[in-house]
Design a protein around this ligand. Structure first.
Ligand code: G1P
Length: 278
């Protein structure tokens, strides 16, 4: 399966760090955020990633350039795996939906993945959420979106799904009735938010092409998905998360990820625990 990695965003929530360093290259411990997400994609069985980037974010392309032999770079494991990396430029900052549309010509199969690399997933009980989503794709031949339950006050920061039934079945997979981008909280909407992992049918491109820009001059992926579901053309399912999820596009998530990964590191665990308990 191919996966689109939209990496053209400005990273305004992490400014001034992102003034000269792309947000995807900020690090959790000593590894850039995007590196974790590429490893997650490889573990889930992704064979090609398509980076959608802007011309200002050359350091990302540098990071993915195959290194010369005998460099420290040899320790970067994704160069040794069978992973194809393609790049496409998003020439105008017209949002996530537009970024996905920029990769249209490279998508070969009926379904493709999307990984938003500011969200870092720390797997629980060895369940890789994206692998789970692929399992459901095989089972019902329908698109999948990873979701996580959030508090009411977080609803207005994310895409929010409304399920066909009020609750998830025990398998954590349920059709989506409606999806809204950053709604204000109303009782009619559950508080399951879209995590940046999607498996979508190629048909989404025709809906994206028809989607008008929102009030902030962006083409929202969420709007195109909602139209696709509403037209009863194709069903999309919500897959409930197993992982711990860190939104590293925000200071809070970024700090959380650094602490969580430190606690998994044998050399740092004791040090960090002592700091926290001080
Ligand atoms: C985007 C999507 C949103 C989703 C979020 C996940 O928002 O538009 O639906 O919940 O990613 O990270 P953004 O982070 O670009 O504001």
């Amino acid at each position: 399966m191919q996966a689109i990695f939209p990496v053209a965003g400005l990273g305004s929530r992490m400014f001034p760090a992102t003034k000269s360093v792309p947000k995807e290259l900020l690090t959790i411990l000593n590894k850039p955020i995007i590196h974790y997400v590429v490893e997650e994609a490889i573990d889930a069985g992704i064979e090609e990633i398509i980076l959608v980037t802007s011309r200002e974010k050359q350091p990302i392309l540098e990071y993915f350039k195959k290194p010369k032999k005998n460099e420290l770079n040899n320790s970067i494991n994704f160069f040794h795996k069978k992973l194809k990396i393609s790049t496409v430029f998003q020439e105008k900052p017209l949002g996530l939906g537009h970024a996905i549309l920029c990769a249209k010509h490279l998508i070969k199969n009926d379904f493709f993945g999307i990984f938003l690399p500011d969200e870092v997933l720390l797997e629980n009980n060895k369940v890789i959420d994206f692998k789970n989503m692929m399992k459901y794709l095989k089972k019902n031949c329908e698109g999948q979106i990873l979701v996580e339950k959030v508090s009411k006050k977080e609803v207005s920061s994310y895409g929010i799904v409304q399920l066909e039934s009020p609750k998830f079945k025990s398998n954590g997979n349920m059709r989506i009735k409606k999806i809204l981008e950053k709604p204000s909280f109303t009782k009619s909407i559950n508080n399951y938010r879209v995590v940046g992992r999607y498996i979508l049918p190629k048909d989404i491109f025709s809906f994206l092409e028809k989607t008008k820009t929102s009030s902030n001059n962006e083409i929202e992926l969420t709007d195109a998905i909602n139209k696709m579901i509403g037209d009863r053309k194709l069903n999309i399912n919500a897959c409930l998360n197993n992982s711990e999820i860190y939104d590293c596009g925000s200071v809070k998530g970024f700090v959380g990820a650094n602490i969580a990964f430190s606690l998994l590191n044998n050399e740092l665990r004791k040090y960090v625990k002592a700091l926290i308990n001080d």
